[in-house]
Design a protein around this ligand. Structure first.
Ligand code: TYD
Length: 198
């Protein structure tokens, strides 16, 4: 059975590197959000550019959902239908953490929006890369529109991810993101190996 595995977490937690390594190991399709399609990458540019200024949280949520709908229709669903595993660097739970917990939109509404955008496609497993905020902060370069948000916002997002993981232990795997790339990759693999073998 083909699997959809999402990596989630705060900024600079190592998701991008670990997504690529897992996709490689599974010989699956590697993709990301916002983005993954030509249209989605343009929306990503709009969302991350500080020149976009303050975007209303509902507008932000809908832009992300629009990019996600395109991503599922054009990349994720066809790959799964073709029997490939898909590894995505962020997916619907980022909207719950950032737009829900971070921006303060109602969680059930954000969940519903993603559910509609994806035609109900939720990941088989979500890997939360857990890293102390100080370590992640030290890794950041030039801030984009989200990274430019204050500490309180990022703390709400991190807390949100932890709550989501705690509320759904069947789907979530919280993986310690500290240590070398190889060490983290080994933990990631251990967390999904059972699913892959089954
Ligand atoms: P990403 O490139 O993964 O950022 P980083 O590598 O810095 O962690 O994601 C871009 C930003 O988009 C990130 O700050 C989180 C934000 N985002 C949301 O707010 N909601 C969403 O649904 C998604 C997919 C991303």
């Amino acid at each position: 059975m083909s699997l959809l595995i999402a990596f989630e977490g705060g900024e600079a937690c190592g998701k991008t590197t670990q997504s690529a390594l897992l996709a490689d190991r599974l010989r699956g399709v590697l993709t990301r959000e916002p983005g993954g399609t030509a249209m989605g990458e343009r929306v990503r540019g709009l969302l991350l550019d500080t020149a976009s200024g303050a975007i209303d949280p509902r507008a932000e949520a809908m832009l992300l959902a629009a990019a996600r709908a395109q991503h599922v229709a054009q990349v994720v669903a066809p790959a799964l239908a073709a029997g490939r595993h898909v590894v995505t660097d962020r997916y619907s739970h980022s909207s719950l953490a950032y737009q829900g917990y971070g921006r303060g939109l109602a969680l059930d509404e954000v969940r519903h929006l993603s559910d509609w955008a994806t035609r109900g496609l939720w990941p088989d497993a979500v890997i939360l890369l857990d890293l102390p905020p100080e370590v992640a902060e030290a890794r950041r370069g030039h801030p984009d529109r989200f990274e430019a948000e204050g500490r309180a916002f990022h703390r709400r997002v991190e807390e949100g991810f932890r709550t989501l993981a705690a509320d759904d232990p069947v789907h979530w795997r919280v993986v310690d993101g500290s240590g070398s790339v190889d060490e983290v990759a080994a933990r990631v693999w251990a967390s999904v190996a059972g699913l892959v073998a089954s």
